[in-house]
Design a protein around this ligand. Structure first.
Ligand SMILES: NC(=O)c1ccc[n+]([C@@H]2O[C@H](COP(=O)([O-])OP(=O)(O)OC[C@H]3O[C@@H](n4cnc5c(N)ncnc54)[C@H](O)[C@@H]3O)[C@@H](O)[C@H]2O)c1
Length: 680
C-alpha cells in the first residue's frame, strides 16, 4: 500500500522562511572572454540522473519544477554537473567593501565579501562554474547554494552558527558569540567510498563539492596567496641545492617550470622577487595574457628557442625576469635536452591532481584541441595524457642525471606519472608506500625549512576595501618581525617591506605573510587593536590550508612526516575541532585539496578581527593552537627543527601549554638488534 505523506510542498514552503523565492526569469548572459570549465566526466546510471535532478530541485519551489527540470537536465548532460546558471547574478561578482553588504552581524557581511572575492572574474579560474582555482576547486556546487547561503549570512546573528556541508547550507543553529559563526566541510567521504570514481558520481548527483583548500573555505586571495610560499620555496631550494648563501638570492639562476593558472600563476612573480630568471610553459594563451597584463610575467616567447635565448640574455645581464613560453612543457624540456641547456631548478605545476579531467594537456595537441577531445573522446584523451606523462618523466630523468634539481610542486605529478604506468618513479619500484624518487617541495624544502618551525601562510583581507588599510597593516606586521632572529624572519621581513611595491593584489585588499605561531598571534592582536582604535576597518584573518597544521596530506604537506603517521588524518581533524572549540569565526575541513580526493584531509579557518576584547581572548588561545598542534605532530615524528621549536615553546609557555616530545632511539642499536628479521 502506498504511504500517504503528511506534508506537501506547500506545507514545506510554509515551514521555511529562509529559502529561494525570487526565481530569475532567464539564464543571465555569459560574458565572452571568461574562461569556462570543460565538461566534467562522470558515469551516471539512469537512476543517478533522476536523483541528480530531484536533488537540485530541492532548492526550488514546486511551481518552477516543470520549467527548471529540463534546464537542469540539459546542464547535467552538457557539462556533467548542474550549476544552476540561472541563479548566477548578472555580470561580475567581486568582494565589495563590507558596508555594502546586508547583515545582522559583521561576520555575516564579512563572509559575503570573501565569497564574492572567490568568484570574481579577475580571481576565479572558471567563475561561471564557481571554480576558484586548481581546475576543480569550487566555492559551492551550484548557484542555488550561493544564493541561499547569502540569504543565511544576511540574517545570521552573533549567537548563531551556520552549518554548511559541501556547499549546502544545512541551517542556522543557536550557539553563542564565542562559537564559530560558520562551520563548513567539503567532500568528506566514508572511507570505503573515498575514491575518485565514487566522488565523481557524488558530485554529479549534487551531494559533494570539491572545495580544494581555500576555494571551498572562502579564504582564497588570488595568486598572491601562493607567491610568498613559491618565493620561499625556490629561494630555499637555491640555498639548499645550489649552495647560494643565506643572505643571497637567485640572481643569475634559471628556474624552468609550467603552469600559469590559479596558483601556478604565482611562479613568474615569485622568481622575479627572488631575483632569478624563470621560464614557465603554459598551453592556454588566455592565462598567459592574464598574467602578462597583471605584470606577473614580463616576457612572452612563442618558441623554445626564443624563450631560452631571452633567458640567457637576462642571466648574462643579471636581471630578474619571468618569461612565459606558450606551449607544452614537454616540448620545452625536449628542447633543453636536445640543446644541452643548463637549468638550475626544475619543477612542474600543471594540475596533475586532476590529469584526466583536463588538468594536464597532452603533447602534440593545442589547448583548444584538448578541450574538444576531453568532451568527445575522454578515453583517447586519457591515453594521450599517460603517454605525455611518461615522456615528461623520461625528460626529467635525463635532466636530473645531468645535475638539475627537480622537485615535485605538490601537484601530484609523481603520483600521476606512477598511475600512467611508470612504476620506477616510486622508491620501492612497486607501489607508492615509500614515496617517490624525487622529493616533493615540502619534503625537501618547505617542510624542514619552514613548516617544522611553524612558519606558514598566514593571510588577511582588509574588509573596508581600502588600500590605505592594507598599507597600515603591512607596516604594523613589519614592526612585529625581528629580521635578525632567523634567516626565515629576514626573508619574511623583506617580503612584507616590498609587498606593496611588488603589486601583488588581485581582488580584495589582501596580504599573505609567512609567520610562526607567536608571529601570527602578535600580528593578529596588533591588527585587532588597530581596529579597536579605529585606525583601520575590520579585518578577516586566515590562512591557506597548505600549512604547518590543519592538513594531513602524505604527498604534500605531511610528506616530511617519517614515523609512519603520514597515512593518518588525526592532526587535521584535531586542528579543525580545536579551532572550533576556541571560537574561530569560520572553521573548514575538506577532502582532497591540491592532491585529489582520498589523498588529503585539509582544514583552515577565518577569524574576523572586529576590535573586540572577545576576539583578543580567542586569538590568544586559537592562534598558538592552530600552529603548534601541527608542530607538535611534526616533533613527535622526530623532525629535528620541530623538536627544537617545541623545546623552546614548552619553556616559553610553562604553566599554560605543554607538548610531548619524543626520545630518540639510536639507529645503530635498532639495526643491530633487528638485523634482517621480518614479521609475516
Ligand atoms: N603553488 C603552490 O604552492 C601549490 C601548492 C600546492 C599545490 N599546487 C598544485 O599545483 C597545481 C596547479 O594549480 P593551479 O591552481 O595553478 O591550477 P590551474 O589548473 O589553474 O593551472 C594549471 C595550468 O597548467 C597548464 N597546463 C596544463 N598542462 C600543461 C602542459 N602540459 N604544459 C604547459 N602547461 C600546461 C594549464 O593550462 C593551466 O593553466 C595543482 O595541482 C595544485 O594543487 C600548487
Amino acid at each position: 500500500m502506498e504511504k500517504t505523506l503528511t506534508f506537501d510542498n506547500q506545507s514545506i514552503n510554509e515551514a521555511m522562511n529562509i529559502k529561494l523565492t525570487d526565481i530569475p526569469k532567464d539564464i543571465p548572459a555569459f560574458q565572452t572572454g571568461i574562461r569556462r570549465a570543460p565538461r566534467r566526466e562522470a558515469k551516471l546510471s539512469n537512476a543517478d540522473i533522476k536523483l541528480a535532478l530531484k536533488n537540485a530541485l530541492r532548492y526550488i519551489p514546486e511551481e518552477y519544477h516543470e520549467e527548471l527540470a529540463p534546464e537542469f537536465l540539459n546542464e547535467l548532460m552538457t557539462y556533467g554537473r548542474i550549476y544552476g546558471y540561472r541563479f548566477r547574478p548578472e555580470g561580475n561578482l567581486y568582494g565589495k567593501p563590507i558596508d555594502e553588504y546586508k547583515g545582522r552581524c559583521t561576520d555575516g557581511k564579512a563572509f559575503q565579501v570573501m565569497i564574492d572575492n572567490n568568484l570574481d572574474f579577475a580571481v576565479a579560474l572558471y567563475p561561471y562554474e564557481l571554480v576558484t582555482y586548481g581546475e576543480t576547486g569550487q566555492v559551492f556546487q551550484n548557484w542555488m547554494q550561493y544564493q541561499l547561503v547569502k540569504k543565511y549570512l544576511e540574517v545570521l546573528t552573533e549567537d548563531q552558527t551556520l552549518v554548511i556541508q559541501s556547499g549546502h547550507p544545512v541551517g542556522l543553529f543557536k550557539s553563542k558569540p564565542d562559537a564559530p559563526r560558520v562551520i563548513l566541510t567539503n567532500s568528506l567521504m566514508v572511507g570505503m567510498f573515498d575514491n575518485q570514481e565514487d566522488w565523481k558520481r557524488a558530485t554529479a548527483i549534487g551531494v559533494a563539492n570539491y572545495g580544494q583548500m581555500t576555494a571551498g573555505g572562502w579564504m582564497y586571495i588570488g595568486p598572491q596567496g601562493i607567491v610568498h610560499g613559491t618565493y620561499s620555496t625556490i629561494l630555499n631550494a637555491g640555498r639548499l641545492k645550489l649552495g647560494i648563501p643565506q643572505d643571497k638570492d637567485l640572481s643569475g639562476r634559471l628556474f624552468v617550470t609550467s603552469g600559469l593558472g590559479g596558483m601556478s600563476g604565482a611562479q613568474g612573480k615569485a622568481v622575479e622577487i627572488a631575483g632569478g630568471v624563470g621560464i614557465i610553459a603554459e598551453v592556454d594563451y588566455s592565462r598567459i595574457e592574464t598574467r602578462y597584463t597583471q605584470g606577473w610575467v614580463s616576457e612572452v616567447a612563442k618558441t623554445c628557442k626564443e624563450a631560452f635565448n631571452l633567458a640567457q640574455q637576462k642571466i648574462d645581464a643579471n636581471e630578474p625576469c619571468a618569461i612565459a613560453y606558450y606551449g607544452n612543457i614537454v616540448d620545452l624540456l625536449q628542447y633543453a635536452v636536445d640543446n644541452n641547456i643548463h637549468i638550475d631548478l626544475l619543477s612542474d605545476q600543471t594540475s596533475c591532481h586532476a590529469v584526466y579531467d583536463g588538468g594536464y594537456c597532452p603533447m602534440g595537441i593545442t589547448f583548444e584541441e584538448r578541450t574538444e577531445l576531453l568532451a568527445h573522446n575522454p578515453e583517447k584523451f586519457a591515453h594521450l595524457v599517460d603517454e605525455t606523462l611518461r615522456k615528461h618523466f623520461e625528460l626529467i630523468k635525463t635532466l636530473h642525471n645531468r645535475g638539475v634539481y627537480f622537485f615535485d610542486y605538490g601537484n601530484s605529478f609523481m603520483k600521476a606519472v606512477y598511475d600512467a604506468g611508470c612504476k620506477d618513479i616510486s622508491k620501492n619500484g612497486i607501489d607508492e608506500k615509500d614515496g617517490f624518487i624525487f622529493p616533493s617541495y615540502v619534503e625537501d624544502i618547505l617542510g624542514p625549512q619552514l613548516f617544522d618551525f611553524g612558519y606558514g601562510p598566514f593571510r588577511w583581507v582588509c574588509l573596508s576595501g581600502k588600500h590605505e588599510d592594507l598599507l597600515k597593516t603591512d607596516e604594523a606586521a613589519m614592526s612585529c618581525i625581528d629580521p635578525n632572529r632567523r634567516y626565515q624572519d629576514r626573508d619574511n621581513y623583506i617580503w612584507i617591506k616590498d609587498a606593496d611595491k611588488n603589486n601583488l593584489v588581485v581582488g580584495t585588499q589582501a596580504r599573505i605573510l609567512y609567520q610562526d605561531a607567536m608571529g601570527r598571534t602578535n600580528i593578529a592582536l596588533k591588527f585587532n587593536d588597530m581596529v579597536r582604535r579605529g585606525e583601520i576597518g575590520p579585518v578577516m584573518m586566515g590562512r591557506d590550508h597548505h600549512d604547518v597544521s590543519g592538513t594531513d596530506s602524505p604527498f604534500r604537506e605531511t610528506s616530511n612526516i617519517k614515523d609512519g603517521s603520514n597515512i593518518m588524518a588525526d592532526m587535521a581533524t584535531h586542528c579543525f575541532a580545536g579551532n572550533c572549540a576556541r571560537g574561530m569565526s569560520l572553521v573548514a575541513l575538506h577532502n582532497g585539496g591540491g592532491v585529489g580526493i582520498g589523498k588529503s584531509i585539509n582544514g583552515g579557518f577565518g577569524m574576523l578581527l572586529d576590535g573586540s576584547q572577545r576576539v583578543d581572548d580567542i586569538l590568544r588561545t586559537s592562534m598558538p593552537w592552530d600552529v603548534m598542534s601541527g608542530v607538535a605532530r611534526r616533533a613527535w615524528a622526530r623532525n629535528e627543527n620541530s623538536i627544537t621549536t617545541v623545546m623552546e615553546y614548552n619553556k616559553m609557555c610553562e604553566g599554560k601549554d605543554h607538548l610531548t616530545l619524543p626520545f630518540i632511539a639510536d639507529d645503530e642499536m635498532i639495526n643491530d638488534l633487528v638485523g634482517d628479521r621480518i614479521f609475516e
